[in-house]
Design a protein. Structure first.
Length: 277
């Protein structure tokens, strides 16, 4: 039901990495460790992807969903659009503001194993008094928009999010209420995560093997790859005798910068190596 949140979103729990076939396997780590909530995952996704599908109610033919590829930016945590008065979706919004915005991750493999978020609410023209602040935010996200941002037939619209549907892959989904959406923050490591993961996989796989064998129940790990990192901890794919297994380890303290993340990872590696001695 729209507006309701699953218990899983209220109490963060780690779930298998996207696309992992672990439904019949015992998880080899403590599943009670902190992990981003679904609302945090959704906010991170939306803050890092600037395009989506805006769905409006068509006026001609009347009543049908009409999807438009759009660019957007976040203005006070709500998506805003710079759209032409001639566009079909603009004409639709002038009659019915009820709409949704679908944002989807791109990547290799099964597309249904990737994350996506649908934001639902009313999308209405912004007040003229907000135009300059909206313009500044939008052009920062989409510099090419400076070419047409001052055209007289282009206007800023804002989607006031009333609820959201988050799907993080197979078996990872929930409804997010409007208040939870507004209060959630994107993960502070989202911009540096790819670099951290690449560095760990290029230079420190031996350290991750030690972490898997000593800090989880994947004691037969022969190789390991980092697959994700956030302010709460990081995830790995441990190569075991039974095949790849997902492992998550938690930081002692939240890591809000890449340097803080590096220190937390070093602490976990030292802890694992001390246990091995």
């Amino acid at each position: 039901m729209v507006g309701e949140k699953e218990e899983q979103d209220k109490i963060p729990r780690h779930l298998p990495p996207k696309g992992s076939d672990t439904s019949s396997q015992e998880l080899l780590y403590d599943t009670n460790i902190p992990t981003p909530s679904h609302s945090e995952h959704a906010r991170t996704m939306v803050s890092t992807i600037g395009t989506g599908t805006l769905c409006t109610l068509s006026t001609d033919p009347a009543g049908y969903p009409y999807g438009s590829f759009v660019t957007f930016a976040l203005h006070e945590n709500e998506p805003i659009f710079l759209i032409s008065a001639l566009a079909e979706h603009t004409k639709n919004l002038q009659v019915s503001p009820e709409s949704s915005l679908l944002i989807a991750e791109a990547g290799e493999g099964n597309p249904l194993a990737l994350g996506r978020t649908t934001l639902i609410g009313k999308c209405e023209k912004m007040a003229e008094s907000e135009r300059e602040s909206a313009k500044s935010v939008f052009i920062q996200a989409h510099p090419d928009a400076s070419f047409y941002a001052d055209f007289k037939d282009f206007f800023f619209y804002k989607l006031e999010v009333q609820s959201a549907r988050y799907i993080g892959g197979f078996g990872r989904m929930s409804w997010i209420g409007g208040d939870d959406w507004k209060s959630a923050e994107p993960d502070p490591l989202s911009e540096s995560a790819a670099g951290i993961i690449e560095h760990m996989n290029d230079d420190h796989r031996d350290a991750m093997v030690v972490c898997c064998t000593r800090l989880s129940r994947a004691t037969d790990t022969s190789d390991a790859f980092m697959t994700g990192i956030d302010k709460y901890g990081f995830e790995m794919s441990a190569i075991t005798d039974e095949g790849p297994r997902p492992i998550r380890l938690a930081f002692d303290r939240h890591a809000n910068t890449s340097e803080e993340a590096r220190k937390e990872i070093v602490k976990l590696v030292k802890k694992a190596r001390n246990m091995a001695d």
